[in-house]
Design a protein. Structure first.
Length: 261
């Protein structure tokens, strides 16, 4: 019979070898949508080959803008997703306007924004949309202005009114994130939650009723219905760059478990 200490010494390495690597398992749940080289995860909106205005430029997925030669158009993920945590980095040229549209069910002849809400990408300082908070960078386009979801030191209020969002200068990379769980969606800009809404809420329905989206009966319905949907990168005619695009199943966010709070 082995002495207890010797038995433990022999068994422990075996347990270590048999134990799963939870870090590797978690990493395998992340789908890389753009790795700096390949656009294989993307196709033209509603199907087809990506236009030549989209290219890989120094490790970034670049849309060259309306002044560049060749064809453009929105592009979409080839894969569809249920609940998701989509993360990306972006930068825009001076005066640029673009967007990430999510919750999209694509169909020829129907624009992606007719079904999917938009995370607005914008040069707030040099584009007219920057004057309206509801159409500024990080907003739920035309519906919800970005707010900083941090506790105000003076009042304890969340979100903290009059606290400006953090954006990077033109030519520098910002981080964006969209987390969708059920009918709830959150936007993050440079690591801070700036939008939090539920498509089934009276507040959201009221916001839509007072917007241009009121005439589009399918707007946000794929999210409300729990459908699998696509993510779309917008051709709005202006130059924009993306990198480090990944998507995974939602787990935790900076403000705690997704199904709490």
């Amino acid at each position: 019979m082995l002495a207890p200490t010797l038995a433990a010494a022999l068994v422990a390495p075996a347990l270590l070898l048999a134990a799963p690597d939870h870090h590797e398992e978690a990493a395998s749940d992340v789908t890389v949508l753009f790795d700096g080289e390949s656009t294989d995860a993307w196709e033209k909106y509603a199907g087809g080959e990506i236009g030549s205005k989209w290219s890989v430029d120094d490790g970034a997925l670049h849309f060259a803008g309306k002044t560049a030669p060749g064809g453009g158009g929105d592009i979409q993920t080839k894969e569809t997703f249920g609940d998701f945590d989509f993360r990306f980095e972006f930068k825009v040229a001076k005066g640029s306007n673009s967007g990430v549209i999510y919750g999209v069910v694509s169909k020829a002849g129907r624009a992606p924004f007719m079904t999917g809400p938009e995370f607005q990408l914008l040069d707030d300082a040099n584009h007219g949309n920057g004057k309206n908070p509801k159409t500024s960078v990080g907003s739920l386009y035309a519906l919800y202005a970005p707010q900083v979801y941090k506790t105000c030191p003076a009042t304890g209020a969340v979100p903290c009114p009059h606290t400006p969002k953090t954006t990077k200068p033109i030519g520098e990379w910002n981080t964006g994130r969209v987390v969708k769980t059920g009918s709830r969606v959150r936007h993050y800009l440079n690591g801070v939650k700036v939008v939090d809404y539920d498509v089934s809420s009276p507040e959201f329905k009221e916001a839509v009723a007072g917007s241009k989206f009121k005439s589009w009966s399918e707007f946000a319905q794929p999210i409300a219905n729990g459908e699998k949907t696509r993510i779309v990168l917008q051709d709005h005619g202006d130059a924009v760059w993306f990198r480090n695009l990944t998507i995974q199943k939602p787990t935790l966010t900076e403000d705690g478990p997704l199904l709490e709070g």
